[in-house]
Design a protein around this ligand. Structure first.
Ligand code: 3PG
Ligand code: MG
Length: 396
């Protein structure tokens, strides 16, 4: 990742280091319910602290419209301190006197969280005055929130223009993994794209079909492609108005030398609920009162054989209605196969995007993938081939 300055290039001792991380973590009853994002930023924060920098954390939480105590980052501080096994101070504002006094009060090597940047409207508008007010508390800017890098906000992008900017360890790891998966991958490359709707993934499918050798389509999306081939989909989730679009995607992929892989058999049921009575059938045999809830065993076998021939996998979105047992079978089986191939050294596997991480965790496969991104929207925009402002500002 030679085109980015990293922490290894930074002189941190005695510096006030503004670190943008992602503390937008899920909460239940006022407590952090998933520590993944906090665990990911530990190396960056401890590296800065151990090099004698003042660690001054900038982050957003939720989507508040102005100051909103229910969206205070204060609630995240105890969990962060636990994960870091170090004390973490908190300041009730991210700019002005309150922030400046708190920054003064910590010693080099100590850690401070500043209040939700989105309490100020200048954050999302990337207002120069707000950027300046943030920058007043730092000598160096470290960007470690890949998952917010699709936002051109003051704390994700603006600061990179006014302070010397470096990629943190998480950012570095994300960029390395993404580069290995799509920019300079070992071929053949397989993309697995699942999820409910084609309409939300048009750009993504278009971009991937230019870059990968096999495009495996799963989830509700696959039904639209099956319908486009004239297959009966019963009352399955399906965007019938997009069958022409699906045909165009298939034609474009063919032109790019990309093979589209669709289900060859399916699991269908009459009700959308866990353990609904179900059956396996061919893609020509779905009845009008049935819905497709997962891929069938032959499809699993086919996808696994494609993976067996591949060197690189990028995965976004589950195959079936993975949140309903046993319709998680397809996702779990393919995830397990991908994890095994990865562990055996045959496959570089990179996954990301909302549901995907949940599905791979449920399959018990996430830890055995090469890299699982904690980013949702940013991962998708990257798959779509869109520029990420919070990454671009770091390029040297
Ligand atoms: C996320 O949680 O996906 C990131 O922190 C971005 O949050 P946002 O979608 O509210 O910008
Ligand atoms: Mg989001």
């Amino acid at each position: 990742m030679s085109s980015f300055r990293t922490l290894d290039d930074a002189d941190l001792a005695g510096k006030r280091v503004l670190v943008r991380v992602d503390l937008n973590v899920p909460m239940e009853d006022g407590k952090v319910s998933d520590l993944t994002r906090l665990e990911r930023i530990v190396p960056t924060l401890t590296d800065i602290a151990d090099c004698g920098g003042k660690v001054i954390i900038l982050a957003h939480f939720g989507r508040p419209k102005g100051v909103d105590p229910s969206q205070s980052l204060k609630a995240v501080v105890p969990a962060l301190a636990d994960v870091l096994k170090r004390p973490v101070a908190f300041a009730a504002d991210c700019i002005g006197d309150v922030a400046a006094r708190a920054v003064d009060a910590i010693k080099p090597g100590e850690i401070l969280v500043l209040e939700n940047t989105r309490f100020h409207k200048g954050e999302e508008k990337n207002e120069p005055d707000f950027v300046k007010a943030l920058a007043a508390n730092g000598d160096i800017f470290v960007a470690d929130a890949f998952s917010a890098a699709h936002r051109a906000h003051a704390s994700t992008e603006g600061l990179g223009h006014v302070l010397p900017a470096y990629a943190g360890r998480t950012m570095q790891a994300e960029l390395d993994a993404l580069t290995r998966a799509l920019e300079k991958p070992e071929r053949p490359v397989v993309a697995v794209v699942g999820g409910a709707k084609v309409s939300t993934k048009l750009d993504l499918l278009g971009n991937l079909s230019k870059k990968v050798d096999f495009l495996v389509i799963g989830g509700g999306m696959a039904n639209t492609f099956l319908a486009a081939e004239g297959k009966p989909v019963g009352k399955s989730l399906c965007e019938h108005d997009l069958v022409d679009t699906a045909r165009a995607i298939v034609a474009e992929a063919a032109q790019n030398g990309c093979r589209i892989v669709l289900p060859v058999d399916v699991v269908c049921a009459k009700d959308f609920k866990a353990h609904a009575p179900h059956r396996v059938c061919g893609i020509d045999d779905v009845a009008t009162d049935e819905m497709i809830l997962d891929i069938g065993p032959k499809s699993v076998e086919h996808v696994v054989s494609v993976l067996g021939r591949a060197k690189t996998l990028v995965w976004n979105g589950p195959f079936g209605a993975f949140e309903l047992e046993p319709f998680d079978n397809g996702t779990v089986s393919v995830a397990e196969a991908a994890a095994e191939l990865t562990q055996a050294g045959h496959l570089v596997s990179v996954a990301g995007g909302g549901d995907t991480v949940a599905a791979l965790n449920q399959a018990g496969a996430a830890e055995r993938f090469t890299y699982v991104s904690t980013a949702g929207g940013a991962f998708l925009e990257w798959l779509e081939g869109k520029p990420l402002p919070g990454v671009d500002v770091l390029r040297t």
